[in-house]
Write a protein that binds this ligand. Structure first.
Ligand code: NAP
Length: 444
C-alpha cells in the first residue's frame, strides 16, 4: 500500500487525489488543507454569482468522500507554527504540493499602498468569506472605482462591484459583504488594460456577462479600439471574439443606467494619487501598440478619479519553507511534476497546479497537470513504497500537536452554513471567521 499526502484541497489537489485512486487500487491519499474547509479557490476564488462553476464542488466532493481518500483540514504545512515539510515527508511515501499561488503580483508604482488601494485578491477573499480576510471598508465613500488589469479576475471584481442585492441574495455571499455591496453608492467602474483589446486576458464568456448586468451600462471608447492595428480576422478565436464583443459595445448608443462599466485600453498605471491620505485617482500613461503585441509609452498621461483601486494583475506563488522555489516564476522547480532540488528530482516530492506551472488556465487545466504529476509518482512508486512510514499518519500528526478537522467536521460547517442561511431567510450563507468555522466543525 502506498500512502500519499496531497497538500491543498483545491482543484489541483482534488484532481491529483482522483488520478491517484483511479490509477492505482493500492494508493491511500490524505488531502491536507490549512483551512477547515475544502475546495481551495473553488470556494474562495470563484465569484459567488458564478453558481455553475461553483457547482464543481460536487465533483470534488466525490473525490474527497472516496473510501481511500481522507480530508484533513486545519493542517498548516511549513511556515510559522506549521508542520515542517521534512516532518510531513517522513509520514508518507510521497507528498504532492498543490498549494496554488497564494498572493498577488505587485505593480511596483508609487502610491500602491495608499488606503483605498487593494489587491483584487483581498477583495475576492472578503466577498468569498475567507477567514483570513478583513472587512476593510472597501466601499466606504466610494463613488468610482478603477480596476487595473483585464483578466478574468478583473472581470469578476468589476461585476461584483456593480451587482445589486437582488442578484447577490440567492448566492452564498456572507451577509456583511452582501449588505455592504447592496448599500454602496458606487456608480462607475473603469477597468483598464495596459495593452490593447486583442491582448486582453479575459475569456469571451466572462466578458459578455458584463453586458447583461441589470441596471448597468457597459461602454467602450471607439477611439481606444481604433488604436489597435490588429486585423481581427487574423487573431486566434478567443481574442477575435473579444474584439468583436468590444466593437459591438463601442458602436452602441449610450443609454442611461444607474451604474456604468467603462472598459479602457492602452493605459499603463504609473502612480496612485492621494487626497486627504487616501487614494483619489490613478495616473495612467497612454501607451501605443508596438506592432508586436507589446506597447510603448507616449509621454501623455490621464488621471482617472477613483476612491477605490483594485489591482488585478495576477496571482503569485509563495515559497514554502523547506522546499526549493524559483522567485522569477513564483513556482517550485520540477520535471514532469517531480520536485527538483539543485536540479535533481527529490524522491517522494511532487507538485501540481499553479505552484507547478504558474497562475494560468481555468479549473479544468488542472486535470492534465495533475495527471502528469501522478504518472511520475506512480512510475516512482516501487522505490517509494519501500520506505518505512507510520501505519496511521493521523496518529503521528496528533502526536506532533496537530488536530486535523475531519470530513465530518467539514460536514458540520456545511450544516451550520445552511442553518445560518435559513435564519437569514436565504439559502446557504458562508461563515466568515476562524472561530465560527472551528466552533462549527467541533459540533458533533
Ligand atoms: P491574468 O489572466 O494573468 O491577467 C492579469 C492582467 O493583469 C493582464 O491584463 C495583465 O496585462 C495585467 N497586468 C499584469 N501586470 C501588470 C502591470 N504591471 N500593470 C498593468 N497591468 C498588468 O490573471 P487573473 O485575472 O488574475 O487570472 C488568473 C487565472 O485565473 C487566469 O488563468 C484566469 O483565466 C483564471 N480565472 C478564471 C476565471 C473564470 O474562468 N471565470 C475567473 C477568475 C480567474 P498583460 O497581459 O499586459 O500582462
Amino acid at each position: 500500500m502506498l500512502r500519499v499526502a496531497v497538500v491543498g484541497s483545491g482543484p489541483s489537489g482534488c484532481y491529483t487525489a482522483q488520478s491517484l485512486i483511479q490509477r492505482d487500487p493500492e494508493v491511500h491519499v490524505d488531502v491536507l488543507d490549512r483551512l477547515p474547509c475544502p475546495y481551495g479557490l473553488v470556494r474562495y476564488g470563484v465569484a459567488p454569482d458564478h453558481e455553475k462553476i461553483k457547482s464543481l464542488q460536487g465533483s470534488l466532493r466525490t473525490v474527497l468522500e472516496h473510501e481511500r481518500v481522507r480530508f484533513l483540514g486545519g493542517v498548516r504545512v511549513g511556515g510559522p507554527g506549521g508542520l515542517p515539510v521534512e516532518h510531513l515527508r517522513g509520514l508518507y511515501h510521497a507528498v504532492v504540493y498543490c498549494v496554488g499561488a497564494a498572493t498577488d503580483r505587485r505593480l511596483g508604482i508609487p502610491g500602491e499602498e495608499l488606503p483605498g488601494s487593494w489587491s483584487a485578491t483581498e477583495f475576492v477573499s472578503w466577498y468569498s468569506a475567507h477567514p483570513d480576510a478583513a472587512d476593510a471598508g472597501f466601499l466606504r465613500g466610494v463613488r468610482s472605482a478603477v480596476v487595473i488589469g483585464v483578466g478574468n479576475v478583473a472581470v469578476d471584481v468589476t461585476r461584483m462591484l456593480v451587482r445589486g442585492a437582488a442578484e447577490l441574495r440567492p448566492t452564498d455571499i456572507p451577509q456583511a459583504a452582501l449588505d455592504t455591496l447592496a448599500a454602496s453608492g458606487l456608480t462607475e467602474v473603469q477597468m483598464a488594460g495596459r495593452r490593447g483589446p486583442a491582448q486582453a486576458r479575459f475569456t469571451t464568456k466572462e466578458l459578455r456577462e458584463l453586458g447583461g448586468l441589470p441596471g448597468t451600462e457597459v461602454t467602450v471608447d471607439p477611439a481606444e479600439l481604433a488604436l489597435d492595428p490588429a486585423d481581427p480576422g487574423a487573431l486566434p478565436a478567443g481574442p477575435r471574439r473579444n474584439v468583436e464583443v468590444l466593437r459591438d459595445w463601442a458602436a452602441r448608443p449610450a443609454t442611461p443606467a444607474a451604474r456604468r462599466i467603462r472598459l479602457r485600453f492602452f493605459l499603463r498605471p504609473v502612480e496612485l494619487l492621494a487626497e486627504g491620505g487616501r487614494v483619489a485617482a490613478v495616473r495612467f500613461e497612454r501607451t501605443a501598440p508596438d506592432g508586436a503585441g507589446g506597447v510603448t509609452g507616449t509621454g501623455r498621461y490621464e488621471d482617472v478619479p477613483a476612491q477605490l483601486v483594485l489591482r488585478s494583475v495576477g496571482y503569485r506563488g509563495v515559497p514554502l519553507e523547506g522546499l526549493p522555489f524559483d522567485p522569477a516564476s513564483g513556482t517550485i522547480p520540477h520535471r514532469e511534476g517531480r520536485v527538483l532540488r539543485d536540479g535533481v528530482p527529490s524522491p517522494g516530492e511532487y507538485v501540481a497546479g499553479w505552484i507547478k506551472r504558474g497562475p494560468t488556465g481555468v479549473i479544468g487545466t488542472n486535470r492534465p497537470c495533475a495527471k502528469e504529476t501522478v504518472t511520475s509518482l506512480l512510475a516512482d512508486a516501487p522505490a517509494l513504497g519501500r520506505a518505512d512510514v507510520p501505519a496511521d499518519p493521523v496518529e503521528a500528526l496528533r502526536a506532533a500537536g496537530v488536530a486535523p478537522v475531519s470530513w465530518d467536521g467539514w460536514l458540520a460547517i456545511e450544516r451550520a452554513e445552511a442553518e445560518l442561511g435559513a435564519r437569514l431567510g436565504r439559502g446557504v450563507v458562508k461563515l466568515a471567521d476562524w472561530d465560527t468555522l472551528l466552533g462549527a466543525a467541533r459540533v458533533p
